[in-house]
Each structure stands twice: as structure tokens, then as C-alpha cells.
Design a protein around this ligand. Structure first.
Ligand SMILES: [Zn+2]
Length: 112
């Protein structure tokens, strides 16, 4: 497992934790635990290991529909709160997201 995957999984865990606490889920929360194991598995088996970031980009490609919706909900809820806690991590993640979007845009324009 690459370093990047490891830090991704750490972020995921934090984000899901923030969401779970924020929603006042009962502990242990089977719903959020299941979402985390799913995301962790996806992250580890991701073919883009090393180059991808975990959230919207990756979930679009590898998550099934139910988990995609769920992780989006978690991200929506947790991202701002996570940013307040870890501004540097969030910023570098945001930069990677922008880079990836740009790459994809370039690819598309090459196809056309
Ligand atoms: Zn929960």
C-alpha cells in the first residue's frame, strides 16, 4: 500500500467520523463502519494508486451508486469541518482535485 493510499484512508476515516458524530449516530455505528470498509477496500484496490485522490474523482469511477451517494453526503457535511481542523491537508487535496479536473478536460479536448 502506498503512502498516498494510507493518508487517504486516514482522511476518509476522519471525514466519516466527523459525519457520524455530527449526525448523532449511535455507537458503534454499523452504517458508517460499513461505508468506511467499503471506501477503504476501494481505495486499496484502486487502479490509479499513487496518482488519484479519494473523493469525488475516485468515487465517480469506482463506487457503486449507493455508496457514491453516501460518500458524497459525508463529504458535503464533513469537508468544511475537516478544513477547519486540517487546513493544509484539505488544501493539498483541493489542488490535486483541480489538477485532475484539468487533466481530464485536456484529455477530452484531445478526443474531440
Ligand atoms: Zn454513523
Amino acid at each position: 500500500m502506498g503512502l498516498k493510499t494510507k493518508s487517504e484512508i486516514g482522511i476518509l476515516k476522519d471525514m466519516i467520523g466527523i459525519y457520524c458524530r455530527g449526525m448523532s449516530h449511535k455507537k458503534p455505528c454499523r452504517q458508517c463502519d460499513a461505508l468506511f470498509s467499503y471506501a477503504e477496500k476501494k481505495s486499496m484496490s484502486c487502479p490509479h494508486e499513487g496518482g488519484h485522490v479519494f473523493c469525488s474523482i475516485c468515487s465517480v469511477h469506482c463506487y457503486d451508486e449507493i455508496h457514491r451517494e453516501k460518500i458524497r453526503e459525508v463529504m458535503r457535511y464533513s469537508s468544511r469541518r475537516y478544513f477547519l481542523k486540517h487546513p493544509v491537508t484539505t488544501l493539498s487535496h483541493g489542488m490535486a482535485l483541480l489538477r485532475k479536473r484539468k487533466e481530464e478536460k485536456n484529455k477530452e479536448s484531445q478526443k474531440a
